[in-house]
Design a protein around this ligand. Sequence first.
Ligand code: ASP
Length: 358
Amino acid sequence: MSEKGYKKLTLDIASPNPPKARILLIYTGGTIGMGASESGKLVPYDFKKMLKHIHEINTYDLQITFISLTQPIDSSDIDPIHWNHIIEIISNYEGDHDGIVILHGTDTMAYTASALSYALNGLNKPVVFTGAQLPITVPRTDARENLLTSLEIASAKNEQGEPIVPEVSIFFNHSLVRGNRAQKMESVKFNAFRSANYPLLAESGVSIRYNFPVIMPYSKDKIDIRIPKWYKGIAVLPIFPGITQEAVLAVLDNPSIKGVVLETYGSGNAQTVDWFTSCIKRAVQNEVLIINVSQCVGGEVTQGMYATSAHLEDAGVVSGSDITVEAAITKLMFVLGSEKSYKNAIRRMLTPICGELS
Ligand code: ASP
């Protein structure tokens, strides 16, 4: 484990009473911890500066360990390397903690939450991502509510002492959504995330109302965390009326690309013109794994429902069902990073890992 990617701050808050829970709080950057630079642009603060603004944490009956990426980032700069730093931190510290809260920029939070949901599948502990639309230094910030409620969710246990939400989730603006079902939908209002194809896991108001039937069940069998290899030869190809053969070939006929998210219309439809079908067929013969994900926000891909998707099915395109683009991209990276057999990779793409598709 390299100590280069993150630093633990000696700021453990031990509550005077036996703590209700022990929480690992990981800071990666994002608007929540940003302040204006000399040029007036928002840049991530260092963690100590940020912490000054969340002294309410001291009043919680929790023991909190703070860990920060060495270099907090705007999440637009996130890369699988950072995912692995976060996974390493969790792997090294989760044993002494009941739940984990990750502070992350909203721009790519849905990608990181999806990626970590695969890598941490079987951890059986709450991993709650949160952030804010306004920095914590701003009086009207949404950071406080998002952070404090995330801490409550990460520490919530049932009467048997088991975690109530033992999965990777995102809490934002009163809503808790499954991490690999989330998409950022809003950059101005506070309701930044939606989960069009899966119900909310919880809603917060005067109390936190958990939607128990849709939350992953807790299991006593816990897996050891492994640091994944993320395959980066992935592309997204959104089709549109008038797309040219050159544009399609630039993606599908590119030897460095082995996984493609094909963004189609409606229930998974695409143009049937001969050159398009031939490009798809040739790519599949070259073992490019193409997954069909709809450009529609809600609903699902049903290949073969229309003639305009039957040619994709016949060519060997894999249905993405109701998966999000974010969850599909990160799943391709995860699966192709460890799977050498094309057939097995297809089978794994069609099989849910942790609730990312129905
Ligand atoms: N650009 C910021 C980020 O994703 C936006 C945010 O945090 O809301 O890091």
